[in-house]
Design a protein around this ligand. Structure first.
Ligand code: KG4
Ligand code: ZN
Length: 356
């Protein structure tokens, strides 16, 4: 099968062509980072308008780069949830129009499922690696979501949340801390770079719910602790103190993610741990998870950088699994701000019962 994927859930307009074995024939991503940068976060209305401007040229480019015509496609997959409603609608309407005019099947894809299956993509330019076997545990850490899943297969019914963040996502914490330190948006890559030359012990910050035994996360307290530190000591200039602060913050996020992910894999008796989502691009997360996992006889599998951040290739691949099973959402495709994956962790404050 050869499938066209469309992604417009947040601040990237993406279109990609992928075949059944996960080979990426084209992967076009038009980022809106510059558009939203002055605001320190994504502005929904600006996002939808930019998707509207870009969706057609991005689609055309994806087909051209793949060297296929629209008529040669076997189906179309589009992100329909979770995401910004206006932004999602642009992709869904484009996909609907295309599917209708070409008389091709159309499936909606949950963006989170796309991230969780991104490890099966094969990019012609990336080093090849052995994909994981089901079941595996996956840590999905992005700007909007942070959760651990047990993945028994590619369909939504086979993916189970083991625990998630009660408040901020890990990427959101990177973005908010970067904003606080005047480092711009998105925060992950710049903090990652500065932290490389910093001392993680140089600044004393709290550990974000690192307790073993719980697979839930909470990053808003750590962000507030950085805020308190800045209130007390002032915003550091572009100096060693800034690098130390970034290193201390990043170490706390990374080690908490790694501890819980390795614990979840051990608890479920699985030998493979997959990292996915934008935060999986983090250098220290990749290094420390590989180290800690191997001590426990677990292999960490991380998709190439390009597959970690938002892209349409992962949507095409996840949609392919449904199209191959003969599914078609043509008449029932709707958008939703929520994921279709059942949630275990409740957001917000208060007493919890879910404990492992
Ligand atoms: O998956 P993604 O592209 O979009 C969402 O679905 O949210 O993730 C974007 C997030 C942003 O919060 C960004 O700061 C973070 O991923 N990110 C990183 C790194 N690169 C991107 N976080 C930490 N270290 C990085 N190197
Ligand atoms: Zn994402």
């Amino acid at each position: 099968m050869i499938v066209l994927g469309i992604e417009t859930s947040c601040d990237e307009t993406g279109a990609a062509v992928v075949t059944s074995d996960g080979s990426v024939k084209s992967d076009v991503v038009q980022s809106q980072v510059k558009l939203h940068a002055p605001y320190g976060g994504v502005v929904p209305e600006l996002a939808s308008r930019d998707h509207l401007r870009n969706v057609r040229p991005v689609l055309a480019q994806a087909l051209e780069q793949a060297g296929v015509t629209a008529a040669e496609l076997d189906g179309i997959a589009v992100t329909c949830r979770p995401g910004l409603t206006g932004a999602l609608l642009v992709g869904v309407q484009a996909a609907r129009g295309l599917a209708w005019s070409l008389k091709k099947p159309l499936v909606g894809v949950d963006h989170l499922v796309g991230h969780l299956l991104s490890v099966f993509l094969r990019f012609p330019t990336a080093a090849s690696f052995e994909p994981p076997a089901y079941p595996f545990v996956a840590l999905l850490a992005s700007g909007g979501h942070t959760a651990l899943y047990r993945v028994d297969g590619p369909s939504t019914a086979q993916i189970h949340e083991l625990g998630a963040t009660r408040d901020d996502a890990a990427g959101e914490a990177f973005d908010k801390v970067a904003k606080l330190l005047g480092l711009g948006y998105p925060g992950g890559p710049v903090i990652d770079k500065l932290a490389k030359e910093g001392n993680p012990e140089g600044v004393d910050l709290i550990w974000p719910m690192r307790r073993r035994g719980s697979l839930e996360f909470s990053f808003s307290g750590l962000k507030t602790d950085v805020m308190r530190w800045v209130e007390k000591n002032g915003r550091p200039g572009n100096d060693q103190l800034l690098r130390d602060l970034c290193a201390a913050f990043q170490r706390r996020v990374v080690d908490t993610l790694v501890d819980k992910a390795v614990f979840a894999a051990t608890q479920h008796g699985v030998r493979e741990l997959v990292l996915a989502g934008g935060v999986a691009a983090n250098r220290e997360l990749r290094e420390r998870s590989a180290m800690r996992a191997s001590e426990n006889g677990i292999r960490v599998v991380v998709p190439p950088f390009r597959a970690c951040t938002d892209n349409a290739a992962m949507i095409a691949y996840a949609g392919l699994q449904r199209l191959e099973a003969g599914e078609n959402d043509e008449l029932v495709l709707e958008t939703s701000p929520e994921s279709s994956l059942p949630r275990l962790t409740r957001k917000g404050r208060g007493q919890r019962v879910a404990r492992v």
